[in-house]
Design a protein around this ligand. Sequence first.
Ligand SMILES: Cc1cc2nc3c(=O)[nH]c(=O)nc-3n(C[C@H](O)[C@H](O)[C@H](O)COP(=O)(O)OP(=O)(O)OC[C@H]3O[C@@H](n4cnc5c(N)ncnc54)[C@H](O)[C@@H]3O)c2cc1C
Ligand SMILES: NC(=O)c1ccc[n+]([C@@H]2O[C@H](COP(=O)([O-])OP(=O)(O)OC[C@H]3O[C@@H](n4cnc5c(N)ncnc54)[C@H](O)[C@@H]3O)[C@@H](O)[C@H]2O)c1
Length: 463
Amino acid sequence: MAQDTDVVVIGMGVGGEHAAERLAEAGLTVVGVEAELVGGECPYWACIPSKMMIRAANLLAEGRRIPGMAGQSQVDPDFSPVAARIRQEATDDWNDQVAVDRFAGKGGHFIRGHARLAGPGRVEVDGQVFTARRGVVLATGSRPQAPPVPGLDRVPYWTNRAAVSVKEPPSSLLVLGGGAVGLELAQVFARFGTRVAIIEAMDRLLPAEEPETGALLREILATEGITVRTGAKATGARYAPGALSLILDGGEELTAERLLVATGRRPNLTGLGLDSIGLDPEARALQVDGQMRAADGIWGVGDVTGRGLFTHVAMYQAEIAVRDILGEPGPDADYRALPRVTFTDPEIGSVGLTEAQARQQGLLVRTGTAQVPSSARGWIHKTGNEGLIKLVEDADRGVLVGATSAGPMGGEVLYGLAVAVQCQVPIEQLRHMIYAYPTFHRAVEDALADLRRGREADAGNHS
Ligand SMILES: Cc1cc2nc3c(=O)[nH]c(=O)nc-3n(C[C@H](O)[C@H](O)[C@H](O)COP(=O)(O)OP(=O)(O)OC[C@H]3O[C@@H](n4cnc5c(N)ncnc54)[C@H](O)[C@@H]3O)c2cc1C
Ligand SMILES: NC(=O)c1ccc[n+]([C@@H]2O[C@H](COP(=O)([O-])OP(=O)(O)OC[C@H]3O[C@@H](n4cnc5c(N)ncnc54)[C@H](O)[C@@H]3O)[C@@H](O)[C@H]2O)c1
């Protein structure tokens, strides 16, 4: 017999967990279904363990920066405290009991299992059927997507899960994909002594971001001993115990102890029973409207929607869905100022549109750039000061539509720029603010001055 509830949440990763907890706190009866671990990818295999690895690797890098600045240093990397921290502090040895108890403590009903839709408002979990009076939230996340490289399916390659679960770094590592996962983990392992090569299909690293950032990272990673191949197509993969090889289209063969495939992720829609409610099970991502509705009584949040693929997006969308389910009015989702941070060193923060995207949208674009090493704080900081600020102006409206802040704490410097993009602060107002001296974010003032020079030059050309 079917069990009645107000809401069923399928997938209890960051998005689903947030929605389920908020709805239970609001007094609704909520069934939360999770096939693996409550919390999903972010705390167990993604954001949190990877950022613990990055914190440790950055300490090593800072230690190596001491000579010439503050005496002598000898850095002997040891990964075991990182592996222990991931087990003890981050993942509880990949045990989610605390999260399950937290949900139950808020009044939620947790089911471990694989859920599928069985018609409007009906969800089946391993033989049990639930009927949801108010609706169903789909929050099934995403999974790594490997490219169709001949031979790759016979190679025991790593995805992010294996990479953050290691107890010791490999002696050598090939990283297929120069996006966020590939670059963050490549730099970590290199700093712990692994010989690393990155293979990226596009003509630059971080191809979704401003080209200046890919060029900057390429230069820095090279100085850290990382081999970078861009515009490189893997045409084959080979495996012998202890040695994995990728063959590139020019014939070059790269071999290492391990291979990390970090070529993007695909929303989890298969086997969800979408056809039972009239949605396309073959869609690339779940299509949702501004209130996160995918169909009558169906909401979608997080990676499954294919928007951004970030924890902060999953939680933002979950808030909107919760409000809508509770019948509270609120604005539609607004991604104009979506912030992204790649936690390499230097960090690459960006918000809104890149210059190329703004041009593709037909905007009249003007850009302003400043180099962090030329700013007062960058100059003081000296070693490890690489970075830049780039502003993208909609020149017709005199507002920023995008910005990049790469450098030490680039993700933190981004905040003010995100506010400017979100609130469409007139550039004239940004120009007349006071920027604390000598902060890294003061380089924004230099980039604004560069924008003004561009405007004056344009005006001169037209007079
Ligand atoms: C290495 C790495 C580092 C990252 N670092 C960051 C970062 O620093 N900052 C950031 O913002 N983002 C980061 N991300 C992205 C972030 O992890 C995801 O955007 C986030 O986890 C998405 O949350 P979600 O709830 O949509 O999906 P998920 O976390 O994938 O959770 C979905 C859950 O649904 C479950 N599920 C799926 N199908 C079913 C089913 N049919 N029945 C029951 N359960 C089901 C899954 O088991 C899973 O637990 C990183 C990603 C990776 C891979
Ligand atoms: N700091 C963060 O917020 C953070 C960190 C890690 C991951 N993430 C999220 O996780 C998602 C997945 O990350 P990701 O790095 O796997 O994906 P991605 O889409 O960011 O990068 C994948 C890279 O692989 C390249 N690629 C694709 N096919 C290839 C091929 N056949 N050969 C060589 N290169 C190829 C792409 O051009 C791209 O540069 C991202 O969308 C991101 O939102 C976020």
